[in-house]
Design a protein around this ligand. Structure first.
Ligand code: MG
Length: 376
């Protein structure tokens, strides 16, 4: 195939997300997304720092460009990785489009033709939560995820009160949807290790599919203790930006499922490596995806290419602005996303929707009953 060169890199702040378009001299345009959630402006600046290197380069050298930009960074971290992830996804999109094949074909071929999704549910009261779970199960979703804490409730009550409320909420969802739907409990790092173990043991009776981020994920050895002492499969990793953090997590036997974010942890290249490491530990992959439909499309390509995929996070894309972003949205049927057959990511951006106003992150984290700062 005739070679081409990268001509221009375009960054687009769109709603709460950061998109990228890499334009090639032959007219091919690769799409990507950077996912340092809330920090899209610093990530955009990082992309602008990296872009001059890419101009005039061969877009097919994906790993080479990743390594060059990564090793040039000296100090690494989430903003660097978010920018590299966006570039990686766009370069894979270019490769697929130029060769006329989906990305999963380039990564070993299709391992599944549809991707099972879990949907978010919520509600301020136990009744509202259970009703939303029934509604989403009625739409065909076979896995539902929710927080057992209503708002900041747990910050202003005794342990017994908030733990009892958490047990009530998880139990109500299980009663409402029965055993044909998996329930996924998301803690958002809002407990310490002791609380994680004791609440986890009380939730075992409801057989959750996973118990997500029961504590801060920064100490794999301590997370490993929690995993050993409660009979719930832990899922974690959404904040990890490198293959090295996942290596430590897996070595510590600290998790039952990993949650790499394709737009943060090195794009399709980085997360394919992470998935391979997880496979060697008999751990399955649940890609993190609170981002735009571009991220969803990238996740589906990985999900369709790896053998150890478990579930895909999906936050719903039927309402604006998400529903307007793609010329043809990915097909969702009975809680599964159909793996698209088009080249690259299998999507095209709807240019008319790119003028949506930017939603900047507002600094905010909870304050406890004694005025102390808590983790978000
Ligand atoms: Mg999470």
């Amino acid at each position: 195939m005739q070679k081409t060169k990268i001509e221009r890199v375009e960054t687009i702040l769109w709603d709460r997300w950061l998109l990228i378009k890499i334009h090639c001299e032959d007219g091919t345009v690769g799409i990507g997304e950077g996912g340092v959630h809330g920090w899209q402006r610093p990530t955009k600046t990082m992309l602008e720092v990296m872009s001059p290197y890419l101009i005039g380069k061969d877009p097919s050298l994906i790993e080479h460009h990743y390594q060059w930009l990564y090793r040039s960074s000296h100090f690494m971290g989430s903003v660097v990785q978010g920018a590299l992830s966006a570039i990686d996804i766009a370069l894979w999109d270019i490769k697929g489009k130029r060769l006329g094949v989906p990305i999963y074909d380039l990564m070993g071929g299709m391992t599944r033709h549809r991707v099972r999704c879990y949907m978010h549910v919520g509600g301020a009261t136990v009744e509202d939560l259970a009703a939303d779970a029934v509604k989403k199960a009625g739409q065909g979703f076979t896995a539902l995820r929710f927080s057992p804490f209503p708002g900041d409730f747990h910050l202003h009550k005794s342990y017994s009160e908030w733990a009892d409320e958490a047990v009530r909420r998880v139990g109500a969802v299980r009663d409402a949807v029965g055993n044909s739907v998996d329930i996924c409990v998301e803690i958002h790092r809002q407990m310490n290790p002791a609380e994680s173990i004791w609440l986890g043991r009380r939730l075992e009776q409801f057989n959750p599919y996973f118990y997500e981020d029961p504590m801060l994920p920064d100490s794999p050895a301590i997370m490993g203790d929690v995993q050993e002492q409660c009979n719930l499969p832990i899922a974690t990793g959404e904040r990890f930006a490198s293959i090295f953090e996942f290596q430590q997590l897996l070595e510590a036997k600290a998790t039952s499922y990993i949650r790499p974010d394709l737009c943060l942890c090195g794009g399709l290249s980085g997360c394919k490596k992470v998935a391979g490491m997880a496979e060697a530990h008999h751990v399955k992959v649940i890609p993190h995806n609170p981002l735009s439909p571009v991220s969803t499309a990238a996740c589906v390509q990985l999900d369709a290419a790896i053998p150890n995929f478990a579930l895909q996070e999906y936050t719903g894309e039927a309402e604006p602005p998400k529903s307007d972003l793609l010329v043809e949205p990915l097909e969702l049927k009975e809680g599964y996303l159909t793996v698209p057959e088009g080249p690259g990511l299998g999507i095209e951006l709807n240019e008319a929707a790119l003028s949506y106003p930017v939603q900047d992150k507002v600094l905010d984290t909870p304050i406890g009953f004694d005025g102390s700062v808590q983790d978000r």
